[in-house]
Ligand binder design. Structure first.
Ligand code: SDX
Length: 428
């Protein structure tokens, strides 16, 4: 049997052979299927790309039916247990785990870029004290494009790599400055003696002490959270990164757009929405009524469901474990019991079971961030930091892919066709 599709167009009786490669057919192959000579030819209609492969990628593999997530073939469970965020960022970028020398060089290449231009401080001062941290974050990332005009040379792999390192290095600094701005505290400069996540904690929480003392449990918990959030194949934010990047704009502008997509409550903004939902529910006694409301369409169970995972998000299991580790240090988040009860009831309820809705990565992560002392507005910023590694790796892969060019989908036109202009006096 051949790897082809035989299509019969019943409008004309004609038959067409369409090759099948990697489980797909090229949409453009359908263009030859015409009802008449002047016909444009068939297109596919796939709003929200529910069944469309937009690219070929070797970075992340997901099997949503069985809850598998692998970065460059390494299971997320093994990376969360044994690896570090910067090692995972290297793996996503270059495809292999680094040798000791490669990792040292990679870390140095990033650590040297953790400082922000002093003008960034003035830029941030323009935001209100209560500005949403994601608005500050994505604006500032975009503003970085004005500090590095050479980043426009996106066809040069060395230039791309230089700015990839800058983005990985500077997003935690921007996040920390954002947090300090919204809490009215002075900015803390990077302490490059510390680990990547240790320095992030330093820039967030150091006060007047000479040197910030990093809590190793919190440092490791952040490493695990950053590893879990680093990449997730063609999610909404990464699709934005690729679509924006396909116009050959610089990576700072593309990353700002990807962060804007992540900001949405259906995407990375869900971790913040989960905490608001738990606060709205208030107590275990209110869970059944809340669940009934969701089933009536009065709202969504935030942190549940996924376009790809139709089983338990493997990341959610690991986040749940990390939460217990963090609570050993910070004290248990009182919302945990409510979240566990919500999960217990939902996983038994036909509405959620029949729709294969399970907790996703955002369901428990906010509980950890809140226990670490962050206000909900910072939660998605904490998602955006590690996702930067995935965004830039996917962006680099885009620029290496000969199949890719500027993203420009088509449409089904539903509006009026040609008609004459109506003078004002004749309008109803
Ligand atoms: C992330 O794509 C990624 O990889 C994203 C991400 C990443 O790492 O980048 O994993 C991170 O964004 C995780 C998702 C975080 N978002 C949320 O937790 C928000 C709540 N979840 C939903 O909005 C929803 O589940 C989505 C957006 C995540 C997925 O939506 P889909 O795939 O478009 O599914 P759908 O909306 O078509 O839902 C199918 C059915 C519908 O019911 P019916 O119309 O068939 O009756 O399930 C229902 C939906 O109403 N449904 C929910 C629900 N999610 C889906 N009902 C109640 N609560 C929910 N959370």
């Amino acid at each position: 049997m051949a790897d082809t599709l035989t299509i019969t167009d019943n409008r004309t009786g004609k038959q067409y052979e369409v090759p099948i490669t990697d489980g797909t057919i090229r949409a453009l192959d359908l263009r030859k299927i015409k009802a008449s000579a002047e016909d444009f030819g068939l297109m596919t209609y796939d709003p929200a790309f529910t069944n469309t492969a937009s690219c070929r990628s070797a970075i992340t593999y997901i099997d949503g039916d069985v809850g598998v997530l692998e970065y460059r073939g390494y299971p997320i469970e093994q990376l969360a247990e044994h690896s570090s965020y910067l090692e995972v960022a290297y793996l996503l970028m270059f495809g292999e785990l680094p040798t000791a020398d490669q990792l040292t060089q990679w870390k140095q290449g990033i650590t040297q870029h953790t400082l922000l231009h002093e003008n960034i401080k003035h830029l941030m001062r323009g935001f209100r004290y209560d500005a949403h941290p994601m608005g500050v974050f994505l604006s500032t990332v975009g503003a970085l494009s004005t500090f590095y005009p050479d980043a426009k040379q996106v066809d040069d792999p060395e230039v791309r790599l230089r700015h990839i390192a800058r983005l990985i290095a500077k997003t935690p600094s921007i996040a920390a400055y954002t947090y300090r701005h919204t809490t009215g505290r002075f900015y803390v400069y990077p302490d490059n003696d510390l680990s990547f996540t240790g320095n992030f904690l330093n820039m967030l929480f150091k006060m007047t002490e000479a040197k910030y003392a990093v809590n190793p449990v919190l440092e490791r918990a952040l490493e695990v959270l950053f590893i879990l959030h680093a990449d997730h194949e063609q999610n909404c934010g990464t699709n934005a990164m690729r679509s924006i990047g396909s116009s050959e704009v610089d990576p700072y502008s593309a990353t700002a757009g990807a962060a804007a997509a992540l900001y949405g409550p259906l995407h990375g903004g869900a971790n913040e929405a989960v905490l608001k939902m738990l606060e709205q529910i208030g107590s275990k006694a209110n869970v059944p009524a809340f669940i009934e409301g969701v089933k009536k369409g009065e709202g969504k169970l935030m942190g549940f469901g996924h376009r790809v995972y139709k089983s338990y998000d493997p990341r959610a299991k690991i986040v749940k474990q990390a939460a217990y580790d963090v609570f050993e240090v910070t004290g248990k988040n009182p919302q945990l019991d409510l979240a566990l009860e919500l999960e217990r009831i939902a996983l038994e309820d036909e509405y959620f079971v029949s729709r294969r809705l399970y907790p996703n990565v955002d369901f428990y992560s906010g509980l950890i961030y809140q226990a670490l002392g962050f206000a909900p507005g910072m939660f998605t910023v904490l998602f955006a930091i590690p996702r930067t590694a995935g965004w830039v790796a996917q962006w680099d892969e885009l620029h290496r892919d000969a199949d890719q060019k500027i993203a420009r989908p088509r449409q089904i036109y539903t509006g009026h066709r040609t008609r004459a202009y109506v003078p004002m006096e004749q309008r109803a």
